[in-house]
Design a protein around this ligand. Sequence first.
Ligand SMILES: [Zn+2]
Length: 150
Amino acid sequence: MILPGEVEHKIRGLCAIARGRETGGILVGKYTPNRATAILTAATPPPRDSKAGRTWFHRGVAGLQRFLAKLWSKPSREYYIGEWHHHPADIVAPSTDDVRQMKRISEDENYHCPEPVLIIVGDGRDERWNARVFIFPFAGQPVELQECSM
Ligand SMILES: [Zn+2]
């Protein structure tokens, strides 16, 4: 998976305005021609019916159907890739709710996404990007992606 600087920047901005609460949204992207690699193109803010506290986040669904339909009808072919979460902590990991949500998404035909990605962003120290990336394969255990630059 490739995470361009502008998408990282967008997520960082959305984390900053969450003021110590969890937040999150949807990841959009396209695939390389061999479909081996997803290239993120956008991260959305939380839908307006989302709810959040200091240690929990329920991503809402307002406008989601229309959003996904619009995505798939674009000539450039963009796809739902997964979710991003902000956990306001130094050390981050998927919560049991997160694992449940990702599993549901991988099984939900509305998303057309059997292997959704979850990016969890912790509190950044200095300019460091404190994030972990997981893939949730359909009917499998989550796999963490390691960071490498190209
Ligand atoms: Zn989470």
